[in-house]
Design a protein around this ligand. Sequence first.
Ligand code: FES
Ligand SMILES: [Fe+2]
Length: 400
Amino acid sequence: MTQATSAVALDGDVVDRLIQLIRDNGTDLAESALTVPTAHFVSRERAEAEITLMRSLPLIVGHVSDIPDPGSFFTRTILGIPLLVVRQKDGSVGVFRNMCRHRGGHVEPAEKGRKPIFMCQYHGWSYAAEGGALKGVPYEETGGKVDRRCNSLIAFPAEVRHGLIFATLSDIEPRTVAAYLGPEIDSQILPWQLEESVVFIDETIELDINWKLVVDGTIDSLHAQFLHPKPGGVGSRTVNHCAVFKEFGRHGKMFMARAKLKKLLDAGEDGSASSKYIGTVMQIFPNNVFVEAPEHVELWSVWPNVDDPTKCSVRFRFLVRADILSPELEARVRKSWEILREAGMEEDFPMEASIQRNAVSWPEGSYHYGRNEKPAQHLHRQLHKEIDGARTGPGTISFS
Ligand code: FES
Ligand SMILES: [Fe+2]
């Protein structure tokens, strides 16, 4: 990417297809409508199945700029597992349980810092930041010899790709992140040079909403005109009910037309050179949404609350390439964050919270995803495949 703007990679046919859809007042259609049980948003059993699935997949737990130097660390609880994430001397990242091998105290209470050794404050067992090996055991001569070979910090498979720290929080055979993302998603993240980006906005919001409803809202191409009607707001800047959706295995990408493209077409221009009037939302299964803005990336990571299926937390990271960051660009990115926050806090999240409350009050019910909601269907169809093994019947999604 040599310039600051228009980094959105468009497949050859997307612009033409969107233009056709605008002319037809159409949108990409799924093969059938989908019915999702409301229990999927409230049931503990369902939540546990989703969390078990998530732990078996490479998850984004951080960005390299969180831990710039060898020994730099951060601690974070992800899906109920306290983690200690440490930069290693060769540039790789160690992702460990933040758990002492003596009797389970946290070995590091601070949120972040830099240390060569982590020492548990309970009885003083200590571990190397490099590799997590057990080093010191106070009073070992009276306590009994502790085998260093099997008492290192417990490590999870981890990999850095595109500047993002991925970890698999289970002991299943890990797959490479490139294989997990697949060539299409991998190649579309690449031009953003996330490894050389700064995390410009890093905010977390706690919500009384099941995580899937939040993801649904990010890839819903039908709602902006109704939920965001303010002049100058999201609804006035996009063409409602007009989206191309490409499935890339588990993942997917939605392309939407900005209102400006429709204006050009209405004025008789052909619009085919107007890729900058196309916005995209990439869905990186299961819980990440990657919004490509002209000059920056908005990465949403939506985490279920492991204790309560009706809650989640959303971590927003806006990434901007360090070499193009300027006061003017900073101002534009901050403005984007304000628009997103305002639309989210005042419009999207209250609506999604109402959907959540209704699901809680009607757990035997179901919600409808029409054929024209192909992007929002994708997550539910994918979870169905991975959790239910495409089994149909009570408690599962159904098609019509
Ligand atoms: S629990 Fe860590 S030293 Fe005892
Ligand atoms: Fe919205």
